[in-house]
Design a binder for this molecule. Structure first.
Ligand code: DUC
Ligand code: ZN
Ligand code: ZN
Length: 514
């Protein structure tokens, strides 16, 4: 990949003006930092940062009061805010706090429970510049979705370091689900996920998906799909195992791009018939992207997410010696590297709006190894919630693949808009939550198996170099991380009760109906 010069939006370092206000800046003392960690934010004055929103880049001061941004100006005089703590952001890039709309914390899945729970997962998020996560409630078949939502609240409430919301997976459709959809929406869960894969477990058929799209649309909710054709995968898994092909690399053969393209196409057609918006999660390949491009080009409300793993890792990793490839067994799997450029370009050109992680971590030594004899028994998923912002800053912004404004859009503004959190979240504006991440473009780092932010025994991005690091992260004005060390409180995060949508929220015209 070409090494491109970093865009010139980075401000020149200026030393902060002396003031009586207390400094919690780059040069601030640890004591001063501690005074704001994990507690109410009071008043904070952020001086001279290079602010990047989805639309603009400019040098400004920000004033934060009680967790909200209350003023943005070229210069805010410290004399007018005597008790403010001051953050000297000269030389730093300031972005809206990251929003990862695809996590699985403490998920019971394929015979294991993912070890990053809401505490460790949101601490990793905070340290990596993400200040909001949206996790998937996954009910069992026959369980009411209202009950499953309660279970997820029990796992998350009072245990999150940053703010959080939920989507609910609809693993079946019946009269009870139809009755419960408006209830969970009223409780602030305004998005659903349907699996077109995981046959006999989570998968819904076309008739169910159509009903779900219709009922969600009628109630102002968004449906997302895991787009892989479950029948094709089941057929391939059976035949591969019967032929003695049991190693991790056969997971990739059992999940070909054509199965993703087919399911993407089908979901798009069903959504079109239901006149419903559609969000495709974890899109991994060019074949699926082409389906999205065609749909969007004819004006259909189709939104797409990809993940850092599909932008930066490829299927060669399945050929690692021994069982090592199991570390990257996830669905969809890693693809041939030729898919990466189209996905980056899709992001740059607006066909793909978000990058989330699908964080679903499993320990290699104990949990991934459950599939030693059969790749179909390897718990699917990789860690990444703490890495997403850093990887996209380095390999997106610093490598010139997109601008700092596109970084803000992809990592925060678009997910906030799509999932009904904007403008409380996802931007730097007066009235918005003071969720901010400060990148020092001069700092360098490396992700390793040892320094991983996650509660598992390896990193999916071992040895990835980082240019620029998040030196400070604020959630509602509270310093939750400094130099990638957690300084917050795991009871700080609040549940985000989201509002139902209207099509104009996504910038699309009114539905035409059937
Ligand atoms: N894919 C994964 O790899 N893990 C969790 C669920 C999913 O869809
Ligand atoms: Zn999925
Ligand atoms: Zn997922």
């Amino acid at each position: 990949m070409k090494q491109t010069k970093k865009p010139t939006t980075t401000p020149t370092t200026k030393s902060a003006k002396k003031s009586k206000a207390k400094s919690i800046a780059k040069s601030g003392s640890d004591t001063a930092m501690k005074s704001s960690a994990g507690s109410s934010s009071g008043t904070i004055l952020i001086k001279s940062g290079a602010i990047h929103t989805a639309s603009d880049s400019f040098r400004a001061d920000l004033l934060v009061e009680h967790g909200k941004i209350v003023q943005i100006a070229a210069k805010i005089d410290t004399n007018f805010c005597h008790n403010a703590k001051v953050i000297n952001a000269a030389g730093l890039d300031v972005f809206p706090g990251g929003i990862d709309v695809h996590t699985h914390f403490e998920l019971p899945f394929m015979g294991a429970v993912s070890p990053d729970d809401f505490s460790s997962g949101t601490v990793a998020a905070a340290c990596g510049g993400t200040t909001t996560i949206v996790d998937f409630v996954i009910p069992s078949r026959g369980q009411r979705i209202t009950e499953a939502a309660k279970m997820w609240h029990n796992k998350a409430d009072g245990k999150c370091a940053v703010d959080y919301g939920f989507h609910i997976a609809l693993v079946e459709f019946n009269d009870q689900v139809a009755k419960d959809i408006p209830k969970v929406i009223a409780d602030g869960v305004t998005s659903f996920k349907c699996f077109l894969a995981y046959k006999n477990a989570l998968m819904v058929d076309d008739a169910q998906l159509l009903e779900i799209l219709y009922h969600a649309r009628e109630n102002g909710a968004l449906v997302s799909v895991h787009a892989e054709n479950g029948d094709m995968l089941t057929f391939l898994m059976k035949h591969l195992l019967e032929s003695g092909n049991t190693a991790p690399r056969f997971h990739s053969e059992a999940h070909p791009a054509i199965a993703e393209a087919e399911a993407t196409h089908r979901a798009i057609v069903l959504a079109s018939m239901a006149a419903a918006p559609l969000y495709i999660v974890h899109m991994s390949c060019n074949e699926a992207l082409e389906e999205v491009k065609i749909a969007r080009s004819r004006g259909q409300m189709v939104l797409a997410e990809t993940c850092p793993q599909y932008l930066l890792l490829d299927d060669e990793l399945y050929n690692q010696p021994g069982f090592e490839g199991a570390k990257w067994v996830m669905s969809p799997p890693l693809r041939h590297f030729s898919n990466q450029d189209p996905l980056w370009e899709g992001l740059r050109d607006g066909f793909v709006q978000t990058v989330a992680t699908d964080h679903c971590s499993f320990n290699y030594a104990t949990q991934k190894k459950m599939g030693k004899e059969k790749f179909t028994l390897i718990p699917n998923g990789i860690p990444g919630v703490g890495d997403r912002m850093n990887l996209l800053y380095t390999y997106g912004v610093c490598r010139g693949r997109f601008s700092p404004n596109q970084f803000a859009a992809i990592t925060a503004t678009n997910p906030a808009r799509i999932f009904g959190m904007y403008p409380q979240k996802g931007t730097i504006a007066v009235g918005s939550d003071a969720d901010l991440v400060f990148y020092d473009p001069k700092k360098k780092g490396k992700i390793t198996d040892k320094n991983t932010l996650h509660n598992v025994d390896y990193s999916a991005y071992n040895n990835f170099e980082l240019d620029g690091l998040p030196v400070l992260v604020l959630s509602r004005g509270v310093v939750v991380s400094k130099d990638q060390k957690f300084t917050g409180d795991t009871a700080h995060g609040r549940f985000l009760k989201r509002q139902p949508f209207t099509p104009s929220d996504w910038g699309f015209p009114e539905f035409e109906g059937f």
